[in-house]
Design a protein around this ligand. Sequence first.
Ligand SMILES: NC(=O)c1ccc[n+]([C@@H]2O[C@H](COP(=O)([O-])OP(=O)(O)OC[C@H]3O[C@@H](n4cnc5c(N)ncnc54)[C@H](O)[C@@H]3O)[C@@H](O)[C@H]2O)c1
Ligand SMILES: O=P(O)(O)OC[C@H](O)CO
Length: 323
Amino acid sequence: MHPKSQSLASDRQHSTQNPKSVVVLGAGAWGTTLASLAAANGHRVQVRSRRDGAISPSEIERADVVVSAVSMQGVATVVREIQTLPLLPATIFVTATKGLDPVTTLTPAQIWQAAFPDRSVVVLCGPNLAKEIQQGLPAATVAGSTDDNAAVAVQAVFSSPQFRVYTNSDPLGVELGGTLKNVMAIAAGVCDGLHLGTNAKAALVTRGLTEIIRIGNSWGAKTETFYGLSGLGDLLATCNSPLSRNYQVGYQLAQGKTLSAILAHLEGTAEGVNTTQVLMQRARQQDIYMPITAEVYRLLQAEITPKQALEALMLRDLKSELL
Ligand SMILES: NC(=O)c1ccc[n+]([C@@H]2O[C@H](COP(=O)([O-])OP(=O)(O)OC[C@H]3O[C@@H](n4cnc5c(N)ncnc54)[C@H](O)[C@@H]3O)[C@@H](O)[C@H]2O)c1
Ligand SMILES: O=P(O)(O)OC[C@H](O)CO
């Protein structure tokens, strides 16, 4: 076995004999779930909620891993707060947020890395409906980083017989897969809300993946990453489950509810609403053809009805599947 892979492999086997100090930022559905997974592996875990007020130096200065599981709206604020606090030289940042900054269009990992250029940042993304994981059902996810050792360390913190963590050296592709699928999940909810059937859903998810890869490549992500757990895997989970908040938004839009009414009663965050706006902004800037995203955008803006969105997609000029 190659010495590097041997050292990495040995890390994979000693997570529970080597308890880490883990601080989780964000006490929502996903932050509390990740905290439970790490604690079940024997790590020392602290969860910080916005309601707890400012983080004190003593709470974070000994942290081996800092996990950010706040919604996109909170990322910039949390990053600025952590920048004022003392950290161990080897502290690893994990970002589990699936969103895009509405002003800069940066991803959460890009925001964390820009704020901490000399530190390792690991993206955690995959088909991870929190409620199923909270029930103890099996799941898998991806720890993406350009720092293999950091990815393996994060893999060891969260891996268990219930939760299988893979590493990937394309963090941008891992993060974009988990983020852009939320737009397609809204469309999938519309599809089911209109009772269009399995064929239509299959076509939508397939063409949605093509759209995600098209703009993901323009961002600099690898095509093959989008066929993995954080891409196709998360797309399938989110587009086929009423547990998905983004799917629920689409489903209820198809039922004729207004977006404001849906969001007022939604449990948790549907990141796809903001992501759609930011993605359209980027697609226009880069002149990238994103037909499904464009129709979801018009639907969210209440410019068209769900039926009109469907017609717009089905009545476009005929073309090759590969374009
Ligand atoms: N719920 C899931 O199944 C799931 C799974 C994987 C990833 N995610 C992603 O994780 C992120 C969080 O999702 P969630 O389901 O936990 O949402 P949530 O709405 O349940 O929780 C969001 C949390 O972020 C916190 N927050 C927001 N702004 C903040 C700020 N400025 N400072 C501190 N905390 C702030 C909120 O207080 C809340 O605790 C999202 O990007 C989501 O896409 C969710
Ligand atoms: O509830 P959603 O739509 O944010 O999806 C939750 C997770 O991202 C699924 O992987």
